[in-house]
Design a protein around this ligand. Structure first.
Ligand SMILES: Cc1cc2nc3c(=O)[nH]c(=O)nc-3n(C[C@H](O)[C@H](O)[C@H](O)COP(=O)(O)O)c2cc1C
Ligand code: SF4
Length: 454
């Protein structure tokens, strides 16, 4: 691993030179046309190959419906012109919320979601021209270990984990979620998916990344019973949920899955890791899972990795600046970026014609279009996903597609301040490029956190 460095490139040649010096696999292309190509996703078509990844603001109304901040976020995303809008984590049951203001779609607030979806299409068309209609997928989640529905952590774990339990204040003998709870939870995913279809989404994502409940189930080597132990058991909940949702929604609705390919967490608590070294990925199981997902009719995939709540957040989101008290990574951010690209490459190869959305592009700033275009051109992914860049520079897709470039002054600088707000339990967005709204919210969350001794 090379020494950590902050981003310091002014030209494409400079960043290309660094890539060569490090010997990492990051390719470049100045032909940006692959980014403009429509992408077929199930029975829908995204008008271009750029996506906004799910980015939660922790800022809905108490009942889980879209607040003014939520509406503002999706107005910005829609106007920005991405072909796929992957709506943020939305809890399927109240006890599975990651924070009290996480989105949650229920019979009681379905009208508010229908309005959001309808307006998203209007905002997209208004800003990008007649006929521009993004594909809209809603991420469904249960936060499991990271559940905090009413301002106090209320972890619901799939298995005990000596590294992670102390961090959520979990006693070693606290109960794990039961098989019966999981059996009943499948129906909650089905109900949420049916509601999502009713309010106008094009599909749902059964979220299985970042150590939330289904992600932890994939790694539950030490769990007993039908949802733990063997690969078949650990993938059972995810696959049964997908089958049940498919049966309920029919074929004309996208089922997506965003899942962790590599936990960077030691065996027997990690998924996609070698048994003797958690820093060495072993994709045997993740690739077998891709095959099962494809065989079960999943229309769209996105790979992620790591656990943003644990020690190595660069595995999920390469950065320049850690959150307060966080460690500086023991590797160059381009190595973290290249690792995510390699996972996407492998997953896309295994998924065949099912599109895979790549991630990890935000750290690359204004150079991301050249790298995204190269990844599309050689089949390393089907769609280029923007996470933090979407918060910072929601118009990036439009600028890439119409001007052929991004403005470095509008770009995300990978400072982790949006993550910091989340850690401080505030409402989040870009503190650097959307200052008027988010500097006060950053300060408010910091003050509250400091008062409570963080
Ligand atoms: C504040 C914040 C909120 C996020 N919310 C979600 C989410 O709701 N669901 C999800 O799958 N990933 C979420 N992510 C992860 C991003 O979707 C993305 O994978 C990550 O930021 C890496 O992409 P990037 O380098 O383009 O930012 C979040 C990330 C941040 C910083
Ligand atoms: S606060 Fe803004 S600039 Fe900093 S990482 Fe988040 S999106 Fe990027």
């Amino acid at each position: 691993m090379a020494a950590f460095e902050k981003f310091n490139f002014k030209t494409l040649d400079e960043i290309r030179g660094k890539v060569e010096a490090l010997g990492v696999k990051v390719n470049f292309s100045t032909d940006l046309s692959p980014l403009a190509k429509p992408v077929k996703i199930g029975t829908r078509t995204a008008p271009n190959a750029l996506a906004i990844l799910p980015m939660e603001g922790c800022d809905s109304e108490q009942d889980g419906s879209p607040s003014e901040l939520v509406k503002r976020r999706y107005q910005r995303f829609a106007a920005g012109g991405a072909g796929l809008l992957w709506f943020e984590a939305c809890a399927v049951v109240p006890e599975g919320k990651a924070n009290p203001l996480q989105m949650s779609l229920t019979k009681g607030n379905a009208g508010a979601f229908a309005e959001l979806v309808k307006n998203t299409d209007l905002w997209a068309e208004e800003a990008n021209g007649r006929g521009h209609k993004p594909v809209k997928v809603l991420q469904l989640t249960h936060s499991g270990r990271y559940s905090r529905p009413v301002d106090v952590a209320a972890p619901m774990v799939a298995q005990h984990d000596p590294l992670l339990d102390p961090r959520v204040g979990l006693a070693p003998d606290a109960p794990v979620v039961t098989d019966e709870y999981l059996d009943e939870l499948i129906e909650k995913y089905v109900e949420a998916a049916l509601l999502a279809r009713e309010v106008g989404f094009d599909g749902v994502d059964i979220k299985a990344c970042h150590r939330y409940l289904i992600s932890e189930l994939l790694a539950s080597h030490t769990r007993e019973g039908k949802y733990g132990g063997s690969f078949e058991n650990r993938t059972r909940f995810l696959l049964d949920t997908i089958k049940a949702v498919r049966q309920a929604v029919g074929d004309d609705f996208i089922i997506a899955c965003r899942f962790n390919v590599f936990d960077a967490h030691p065996y027997p608590y990690g998924f996609g890791v070698s048994k003797d070294d958690c820093w060495v990925p072993d994709l045997t199981e993740p690739l077998a899972l891709v095959q099962l997902l494809v065989d079960n009719g999943v229309d769209l995939l996105s790979n992620s990795a790591g656990n943003p709540y644990y020690r190595f957040p660069q595995v999920t989101r390469p950065f320049d600046q850690p959150t307060i008290g966080g460690e500086t990574p023991n590797e160059h951010p381009l190595e973290s970026v290249a690792r995510l690209f390699e996972f996407t490459r492998q997953i896309q190869k295994a998924a065949g014609s099912v599109p895979v959305v790549g991630n990890g592009y935000s750290w690359l700033r204004q150079f991301l279009p050249y790298i995204g275009a190269a990844n599309l051109a050689d089949g390393s992914c089907s769609i280029v996903g923007l996470g933090r860049q979407g918060f910072a520079y929601p118009d990036a897709p439009k600028d890439i597609l119409t001007k052929g470039e991004m403005d470095p002054k509008k770009s995300c600088i990978a400072c982790s301040k949006c993550t910091q707000i989340m850690r401080d339990h505030g409402r989040t967005g870009c503190v650097i490029r959307d200052r008027e709204v988010y500097v006060p919210l950053y300060n408010e969350a910091r003050n509250n956190a400091q008062k409570s001794g963080k």
